[in-house]
Design a protein around this ligand. Structure first.
Ligand code: PLP
Length: 406
């Protein structure tokens, strides 16, 4: 008899986006003349930067020629891309990361989801609340949690991010082994300063824990006191792995390219306390289960680091941040408390009522779709997330509609 992995049955149905779609469909059927503005999506709207398109075209031409054709690429990704990343994302900022510590992948979603495979079943896992759901669900699938009850899984340690702590969770008051951090945060848009991040690194060092640092929204950081990488913090290389992505940075959500930095000195331990290199384990895992990102896509990602690419990426980020500013100003002027939107494309708004009720209110009265905070965890109740990934015109129209009803 073929038996299922019953851990999958513990998963709370991922009803958030299907429930949103259901409610929007019903509203649209009943109100065919209302134009709906989707402010809930976490997907980019601007096309790829021209420098990336040009590089991709050239690479495709190479694939058409017998003398330049490429088959399987190197396991960790092409050196031309890893060298650019090491130089421009790290070494230029005095962070000592080498090209061979970088692993190119087809997404930070897969990497943040897969990395937990390297660890024992018995580790204690700490996740933010509200949370990017991948961190939680992949640990549920792996069998590290109990049942889902009252909005939380048994045996996970939840790092509450609330108005009271400025959306920066307190250090755990118990021993945990694996800690997921995401800054700039999805969904709250909150950021962490160097001193606070140093405390997390110190905690990990003291507890022989590991931090999985998701920096998928790093490109949106504008303020100088906000670290772009956890490796700006002394000794972080011993206790942290960092995930980055070209998705939100350069519009690669449909093109797929990301990378994970696993420093060579980063370790986990055997039952007997013997240190084991995570770099070796991740290389082994990736070369067994993953066959790389296509050559044209890696060439397109490389172009992000060209002078034209950098300027074009900056322009796109500024475009989204201007949208975010307009959303934040409008919402604050209406007397609502919110966070994010300055170094992040997301604005997290305290809606002073149940988040699904507020969702319905915005949809029915203004034709605006948001994301109810409850879908990101217990601490998300009473909040909604608005996204700046949209056209300027749509954001202006949406803010006008919101001003008319609030
Ligand atoms: N990490 C966070 C926090 C995200 O919000 C997202 C996408 O929304 C990802 C990772 C996934 O990025 P990718 O497109 O590289 O898989």
């Amino acid at each position: 008899m073929i038996k299922v992995n019953e851990n999958f049955l513990k998963l709370k149905s991922s009803y958030l986006f299907s429930e949103i779609a259901k409610r929007v469909k019903k509203f649209q059927e009943q109100n065919p003349n209302v134009s709906i503005i989707k402010m809930g999506i976490g997907d980019v709207t601007l096309p790829l930067p021209p420098a990336c398109i040009k590089a991709m075209h050239c690479a495709i031409d190479e694939m058409a020629n017998i003398s330049t054709f490429k088959g399987y690429g190197p396991e960790q990704g092409y050196l031309f891309l890893r060298e650019k990343i090491a130089k421009f994302d790290f070494q230029k900022n005095n962070i000592d990361i080498e090209a061979d510590e970088i692993f190119i992948s087809d997404g930070a979603k897969c990497d943040t989801g897969n990395f937990q495979e390297l660890f024992s079943q018995t580790i204690k896992v700490a996740v933010p609340d509200p949370v990017y759901p991948v961190y939680v669900d992949t640990n549920v699938m792996a069998g590290r949690t109990g049942e889902f009850k009252n909005g939380q899984y048994k045996n996970l340690f939840y790092l509450s991010s609330t108005k009271q702590n400025n959306y920066l969770p307190d250090l755990p008051n118990q021993k945990v082994d694996l800690i997921y951090l995401c800054f700039p945060n999805n969904p709250t848009g909150a950021t962490i300063d160097r001193n606070t991040l140093q405390k997390w690194v110190d905690f990990a060092l003291e507890n022989k824990a590991l931090i999985l640092f998701d920096a998928a929204y790093e490109a949106f950081i504008q303020e100088p006191n906000i670290p772009h990488s956890i490796f700006e913090i002394p000794n972080a290389k011993k206790v942290a792995v960092e995930f980055r992505s070209f998705s939100k940075t350069a519009g690669f959500t449909g093109t797929r390219c990301a990378f994970t930095v696993v420093p060579k000195e980063c370790v986990a331990y055997t039952e007997n306390g013997k240190p084991v290199s995570l770099h070796s384990l991740w290389l082994r895992r990736q070369s067994t289960k993953f066959n790389g990102v296509s050559y044209p896509v890696q060439r397109a990602a490389e172009a992000v680091y060209s002078p034209e690419g950098k300027a074009e990426v900056k322009q796109n980020i500024t475009y989204y941040l201007n949208n975010a500013k307009l959303i934040k100003n409008t919402i604050q002027n209406l007397g609502f408390h919110c966070v994010g939107g300055e170094n992040s494309p997301y604005i997290w708004i305290e809606c002073k009522q149940n988040s699904w009720d507020f969702f319905d209110f915005l949809l029915e009265k203004a034709g605006i779709v948001c994301t109810p905070g409850e879908g990101f965890g217990k601490c998300g109740e009473g909040y909604i997330r608005l996204s700046a990934f949209n056209s300027k015109e749509n954001v202006e129209e949406a803010m006008q509609r919101i001003k008319n009803i609030l």
